[in-house]
Design a protein. Structure first.
Length: 297
């Protein structure tokens, strides 16, 4: 399986884009591509990597945030069967396909009602639904599905949002006999690492969200953190982060998605020089993922 880092940043990045990965696999002569999350900037990220949005066969959605679902409307417009449209548009005559949309079953329902319906149903001019534009594939929490010979599990995690609203995000664990097991954490909340410790240990490769804001690399001290994503100081078990040590064996499996553009500029949050890649390797991580990076599993 080939893994391409499509984006390694946050919802507001115009260079590192939203955290997003593309996996490609061939089974019995049939090749498929699956995106793991599809944020608003991902269409630009795909264009940056010269990947046709219409070449994506499947999209896995981990939860309902703009940086995980924001590009779906553009994908719907790009892949929709305009030739068969009720208004009989004629500019699109090439063969088209409805991408498969994979997610927790309740998440799929909410995705249409709370997000996509407003932008897509009105385009049709009649009462449309999700499967007008996609082939929805709903799954129960902590259940499995098979993709190109890989067993894929939805790893349910608690995601704490603003105020007192608590919702779930679903990480994705991909495994196949004789191959390395890959865990995409997809916005895991690291306030309680024990919650996903067993999954960390099961995986051979971990793509881990990682904030670097408030990190003083020179003094090895955490000044502050947002609490939204895992923080570098937490993952590194700094005493100032008041975090549980996940262990050097776990860090050695982790590719970090940095979430702050200053990391790719080799600066810290104060604007001081900081060689993040070198520091990450020194601290026992695999390093920071970069846009366009490829990994064969």
């Amino acid at each position: 399986m080939k893994i391409t880092v499509v984006g390694c940043g946050h919802a507001f990045s115009t260079r590192n884009y939203n955290q997003c990965f593309m996996v490609e696999e061939t089974e019995e002569g049939l090749s498929r591509r699956m995106l793991i999350d599809f944020g608003a900037k991902v269409p630009y990220a795909l264009a940056n990597l010269d990947i046709d949005i219409r070449s994506i066969d499947d999209v896995y959605i981990s939860h309902l945030h703009g940086d995980h679902i924001g590009g779906l409307e553009e994908m719907a417009f790009s892949c929709y069967d305009w030739a068969g449209h009720p208004r009989h548009y004629s500019e699109r005559r090439e063969e088209v396909k409805a991408p498969r949309l994979i997610a927790n079953v309740q998440l799929l329902n909410d995705l249409w009602k709370k997000s996509l319906r407003g932008g897509l149903e009105s385009m049709e001019g009649f009462d449309a639904n999700l499967d007008t534009y996609f082939e929805p594939f709903g799954l129960r929490p902590n259940k499995t599905f098979t993709w190109q010979g890989w067993t894929c599990r939805l790893i349910q995690q608690v995601h704490i949002m603003t105020g007192s609203i608590i919702s779930h995000t679903f990480g994705l664990m991909m495994s196949q006999e004789g191959r390395e097991t890959v865990y995409f954490t997809t916005d895991s909340q690291h306030c309680s690492p024990r919650q996903i410790e067993n999954f960390y240990r099961e995986a051979d490769i971990i793509f881990q969200d990682c904030e670097c804001v408030g990190v003083d690399m020179e003094q090895r001290h955490l000044d502050f953190m947002s609490g939204v994503h895992a923080n570098y100081a937490q993952l590194g078990a700094w005493k100032s982060a008041n975090s549980i040590d996940v262990g050097s064996d776990i860090r050695g499996k982790m590719w970090l998605s940095h979430y702050q553009d200053f990391v790719s500029e080799n600066k810290d949050y104060r604007g001081n020089s900081c060689a993040w890649q070198e520091r990450a390797v020194e601290d026992g991580f695999r390093g920071f993922a970069e846009v366009g990076q490829e990994l064969i599993v």
